[in-house]
Design a protein around this ligand. Structure first.
Ligand SMILES: O=C(O)CCC(=O)C(=O)O
Ligand SMILES: [Fe+2]
Length: 209
């Protein structure tokens, strides 16, 4: 008999009650656990997070050595310390069921039409230095509605999640069965019309900050 792997995401029911907000569980998949969540952040928080990072993204473009990677064509930045960021990160920690110090901090992504994040794993290679404190789970929060494209897709699961303002997708990849981890291959498909703003939280097994 196969023993079921343990998930960190052990919430039951249709709602996750955090200190300051009720998150709704829209859909859930097992092996690997992938959960679609609603009402994760308010419209105002979405706008605040975008505002906080907008200038930084713009600034990063002024630098001449802007990395052009075929894997990730979006622009990105870690958000500076701020009350809204702290509040949202605390809530995320409760949703992801890990101490806030295990999180890497909200990472903002902005995709313009044609920009994408090709299929990848969020976990580190076992041989990498970072693997001493591995990533174990991810939450991608959508901060705006995208007219067309920009889905988060999981090719091995035949699953694609449409970006909707305030919603999020959770997945984890610390399983003993490596095949389950490999199923979390995912990407952000190209934005076709409009633009996409998202915030990612990658979580480590041990304290990170
Ligand atoms: O933009 C997305 O939908 C995916 C983002 C992602 O995979 C990441 O930030 O690691
Ligand atoms: Fe990713």
């Amino acid at each position: 008999m196969q023993v079921k792997e343990v998930s960190i995401f052990d919430h039951t029911g249709n709602r996750i009650v955090t200190d300051d907000r009720e998150i709704s569980v829209i859909a859930k998949m097992e092996d690997p656990k992938i959960v679609i969540l609603g009402n994760v952040v308010s419209d105002e928080e979405c706008e605040n997070l975008i505002q906080l990072s907008k200038d930084r993204m713009d600034r990063s473009k002024i630098g001449s050595s802007r990395d052009v990677s075929e894997i990730r064509t979006s622009s990105s930045t870690f958000i500076p310390e701020d009350d809204v960021k702290a509040r949202v990160e605390k809530r995320i920690a409760q949703i992801m069921n890990v101490p806030v110090e295990h999180g890497e901090g909200l990472h903002m992504l902005n995709y313009k039409p044609g920009q994408e994040y090709k299929a990848h794993y969020d976990y580190f290679r076992a041989s990498s230095r970072a693997a001493a404190n591995p990533r174990i789970s991810t939450l991608v929060i959508y901060l705006n509605d995208v007219e067309e494209g920009g889905e988060t897709y999981f090719p091995h699961m035949n699953l694609s999640v449409s970006p909707q303002k305030g919603m999020a997708v959770y997945f984890e990849y610390f399983y003993n069965d490596m095949e389950l981890n490999e199923r979390t291959l995912h990407g952000g498909s190209p934005v076709i019309e409009g633009e996409k703003w998202a915030a990612t939280m990658w979580v480590r097994r041990k304290q990170y900050k």
